[in-house]
Design a protein around this ligand. Structure first.
Ligand SMILES: Cc1ncc(COP(=O)(O)O)c(C=O)c1O
Length: 394
């Protein structure tokens, strides 16, 4: 029977890890990874997480199921932390297994609506959006977001592209540390985008994956809060994988702001979709997050550790730019300093990207995404030299 099984595409990030493992060279560098790494190349468990886990081991009395929409305390603490004053009774919330499941539940819900809206996506954007929307059977279209060769956001083209969106369609954007470009809209651009969405009746859907990696947890929530303050209907997905370093523990959430008359139906719809899909969310990661957010001491410790991760990523970006200027008298990668988060795109053509791996042992995600958090001090010169060499040949 399985002879007829189709050949499924492999995620470029997962395949990047395979190619790296198969590369027989010892002097090779894997910049494809999607996680934070410290200067030693480790992704440590945060001390705040360790302390919260110990507390859970000592005090947790049951491991029975949580509700289909998860633990209301977790949802409320997280909603309050992210949405601030804009959090309240007008939100329907669900605890999910990471951000991917929050996205999938919402994609299912949109696809199942009687008049299914189109979801508008930025190009390039997080590589799992299209597989998630496709698996859900949701309709989607794309607008240009960033030009890697010009190293700039294509803001006007994005707005022009949205001219084809209809009232009731949904625009899926990232809240901070845009993956894979590292390029976030300016405040003015973001305000202009919201003006357009509001005027055209397009519903904003914001995905938050790197809170705390740009300026601070509080400051990085600004885009989500602005949307929440302005729109009677909007969608927020969040993953805590990166901000708490609990990737495998799968903590995330879906928040949907609705009009009062629609709230009960929204809650039932989300519960039904969760039940038939991932079913009850895992609770260890979310319980760790809840324990940290509830305890002022643990929260302070976590925010300090998050700030250290943010500072390291910013330092690596600054070091790349400074080393390039001092040792190579060039500024081809100067744009990296004004971007944020772990990821950026190298301004490479397809053949230059191939040469970077073939000739210099540097592995990047297809399209040129690099994880700057993977770079140790000794790797920076290697990357700059290799990038400059491949860029000198068209
Ligand atoms: C923009 C974005 N959204 C969502 C996710 C999914 O997060 P998780 O792995 O926690 O499901 C990621 C993960 O890399 C991401 O970069």
């Amino acid at each position: 029977m399985f002879e007829t099984l189709e050949d499924y595409p492999v995620d470029p990030i997962m395949i990047g890890a395979d190619y790296f493992a198969q590369d027989p060279r010892t002097d090779k560098l894997n910049l494809t990874v999607g996680i934070y790494q410290d200067a030693q190349g480790k992704t440590p468990v945060l001390q705040a997480v360790k302390a919260a886990e110990q507390r859970l081991v000592d005090t947790q009395l049951t491991k029975s199921y949580v509700a289909l929409t998860g633990d209301p305390d977790y949802c409320a603490l997280l909603g309050q932390a992210i949405l601030g004053d804009t959090w309240g009774a007008d939100w329907v919330a669900a605890q999910t297994a990471g951000g991917a499941v929050a996205l999938r539940v919402m994609a299912d819900l949109l696809a199942q609506m009687p008049k299914a809206p189109s979801v508008w996506l930025q190009t390039p954007t997080y590589g799992n959006y299209i597989p998630i929307l496709t698996a859900a059977g949701a309709r989607f279209s794309q607008v240009p977001y960033y030009d890697p060769i010009r190293r700039a956001i294509t803001f006007d083209q994005m707005l022009d592209g949205l001219a084809a969106a209809k009232s009731g369609d949904v625009f899926l954007m990232q809240g901070i540390c845009h993956n894979p470009t590292g390029a976030d809209m300016t405040v003015e651009q973001f305000d202009a985008l919201l003006d357009l969405l509001e005027a055209r009746g397009i519903v904003p859907w914001i995905d938050l994956a790197y809170l705390g990696f740009a300026q601070s947890f509080e400051a990085d929530c600004a885009m989500a809060r602005k949307i929440a303050a302005r729109f009677p209907e909007c969608i927020v997905c969040v993953t805590l994988s990166k901000s708490f370093g609990i990737y495998r523990d799968r903590a995330g959430a879906l928040f949907v702001k609705t009009r009062a008359a629609d709230r009960e139906r929204m809650h039932r719809a989300i519960s039904a979709i969760v039940r038939s899909g991932a079913s009850h969310a895992p609770d260890h990661g979310p319980s760790v997050v809840r324990t940290i957010l509830q305890d002022p001491e643990l929260k302070t410790l976590w925010l300090q550790e998050l700030d250290q991760m943010r500072a390291r990523v910013a330092q690596v970006r600054a070091d790349i730019v400074q080393t390039e200027m001092q040792a190579f008298s060039s500024q081809a990668l100067g744009y990296l300093a004004s971007q944020s988060g772990m990821f950026s795109l190298l301004p490479l053509t397809e053949s230059q990207e191939t040469a970077l791996t073939r000739d210099h042992g540097i592995h990047v995600v297809k399209g040129g995404r690099v994880n700057v958090a993977r770079l140790g001090t000794e790797d920076i010169g290697w990357l700059i030299r290799a990038a400059k060499t491949v860029m000198s040949t068209p």
